[in-house]
Ligand binder design. Structure first.
Ligand SMILES: Cc1cc2nc3c(=O)[nH]c(=O)nc-3n(C[C@H](O)[C@H](O)[C@H](O)COP(=O)(O)O)c2cc1C
Length: 502
């Protein structure tokens, strides 16, 4: 017994000495910080409130993480709220995503879409499979695509190898296309065997000469892949209109540099626009050139701000002949996502898709080009209701980037511009990539797509439409500032029935 009390006494003495030592070290550190804080001039809070002023930045940094768990309401957060993220997460895991008791969504905010159910909804046996749409009938290899939702551009560099593998395999499982983004084509994009849209960014990564101009031989090599179905010329993107891609040096690994054709570990900044495209004529020339070289449908992506140029473009297409038209236009939303962008552009430049999509459709219709030029819409269209809204507005396809990031497990940590994404999606740190298993996540990608299709069909059938591509503007009403909703075809008068695809 004696040995035990001796041992206990020694233990207690050691612990109390350790505690005194820790307190002593703490006091010394506090004194050092105090002296540093009162003598520095850069930070007024730390100078006026030495030591404790340091906790402010710590807490505001931690708040970014904790708000989403403890404080923010279900429908409150930006860019995506918890209700949306949870819906995608549950859909992706394939578990039951019905909700109980009642909606947490308020129907009063201006802009809320309310679909008009018909008294005699579509019976399942009368409903139809969503028809395919043919893109690029004047190109050598037109592309027939069916999927209501597709994977929007995200470059290799902005996202990681396992993320690309998961998206490529998931796209194949679900039968949708996958846009490479502006970082070039890698073996990982091709891995799953899905249809691919190759994006030509302003730096022409993957198809560039050393001087940054287009290399036709490299373009031909890309087009030779049967999987590559279309070419998208990126004019602008919603998150940073008027600014090229930004990939921080920390993310330019050897493999990414090789795929892009640029130096390793150096910031990769693309020009603000294609150097050879400074007006509508040059744009049509460039589209025609890419289509001639590749033989595949070619279109462009932009976020709409000014729009009279689009009317002038349509006039020029009519003058040249409709074969000269872009085969598609991808309309991105001003509140679209990105790996990295300056805040002034991200916050306040470029029209949101709610306004630009009906506008683009109407401009094309007014010039008789609606059938010739297919429209792809992107920008927070990540739930069946948002997707159905886009089809009511008249789009041919929807594409999403962040919806698919959530399906891969994104927790909206807002770290895509660092190399520290905790879910392995936007980092090239192998330790963090370990968490992202491409095989398991590819099934989540497929499940998410299935649930979007299922939910969009539910809305269409409730409105009496046979499938989402048959939704019309009169199927949705938009809540106005006076609290009343107005039919979308009153807000944007429909110029005749939509030509249904074959
Ligand atoms: C991580 C990330 C990388 C992106 N990379 C590209 C790109 O390379 N090219 C491009 O045109 N758009 C890029 N985008 C924009 C998306 O393709 C899409 O247009 C935009 O995020 C709106 O869709 P969403 O709201 O569903 O994300 C990127 C977006 C994200 C989040």
């Amino acid at each position: 017994m004696n040995w035990f009390s001796n041992f206990a006494m020694q233990g207690l003495t050691f612990l109390s000495t350790l505690m005194l030592f820790a307190i002593g070290v703490g006091i010394i550190i506090a004194i050092v910080f105090y002296v540093i804080d009162v003598s520095q001039t850069a930070d007024a809070i730390r100078r006026n409130y030495p030591v404790i002023g340091r906790f402010r930045s710590l807490f505001s940094e931690l708040g970014e993480f904790f708000r989403q768990y403890f404080f923010a309401m279900d429908r409150e957060e930006m860019p995506f709220n918890r209700a949306e993220r949870d819906w995608i997460s549950k859909s992706s895991s394939g578990s039951d995503n019905t909700i109980a008791f009642g909606s947490t969504r308020s129907l009063t905010p201006v802009g809320t879409p309310i679909f008009v159910n018909c008294p005699y909804p579509m019976l399942d046996e009368d409903a139809e499979e969503t028809p395919s749409v043919l893109i690029g009938e004047y190109s050598k290899h037109p592309y027939k695509a069916q999927s209501l939702i597709n994977i929007s551009a995200m470059s290799f560099g902005a996202i990681s190898k396992p993320a690309i593998l998961a998206l490529s395999r998931g796209a194949k499982l679900a039968g949708c296309w996958y846009n490479t983004g502006e970082g070039g084509l890698s073996e990982y994009h091709l891995d799953g065997g899905c249809d691919i849209v190759f994006q030509i960014g302003t730096a022409k990564y993957g198809v560039r000469k050393d001087d940054g101009s287009l290399d036709d031989d490299k373009l031909r090599e890309i087009a030779a892949h049967d999987q590559v179905k279309m070419f998208e010329i990126k004019m602008s993107q919603g998150a940073k209109p008027g600014k090229g891609g930004i990939l921080p040096g920390a993310k330019v690994t050897e493999e990414i540099a090789k795929t892009r054709g640029i130096p390793v570990w150096q910031d990769s900044i693309s020009p603000n626009r294609h150097i050879e495209v400074d007006n509508n004529n040059q744009l049509l020339d460039f589209i025609g050139h890419v289509r001639d070289v590749t033989g595949k449908p070619t279109g462009f992506k932009c976020v709409l701000g000014a729009y009279s140029w689009l009317e002038r473009l349509c006039e020029e297409i009519i003058r040249r002949g409709i074969e000269s038209a872009p085969d598609f236009i991808t309309v991105d939303s001003g509140d679209g996502g990105t790996g990295a962008a300056p805040m002034p552009l991200m916050d306040n430049v470029g029209l949101p898709i709610r306004e630009s999509l009906p506008m683009v459709i109407d401009i094309l219709k007014a010039h008789g080009l609606r059938d010739r030029i297919k429209v792809i819409a992107s920008g927070k269209l990540v739930t069946p209701a948002e997707v159905a809204w886009a089809y009511c507005a008249g789009t041919d396809f929807v594409a999403s980037a962040r919806g698919f990031m959530f399906s891969l497990g994104c927790i909206q940590a807002l770290k895509c511009n660092k190399n520290t994404c905790p879910t392995g999606i936007t980092t090239h740190d192998p330790k963090l990539q370990r968490g992202l298993d491409p095989e398991e996540k590819s099934v989540r990608v497929k499940n998410f797509i299935s649930k979007i299709r299922y939910g969009s069909n539910l809305i269409a059938h409730s409105c009496g439409a046979k499938h989402p591509r048959a939704l019309m503007r009169y199927h949705v009403r938009i809540v106005q500032a006076n609290g009343k909703s107005v039919s979308m075809d009153e807000l944007y008068p429909d110029k005749g029935p939509r030509d249904l695809p074959v």
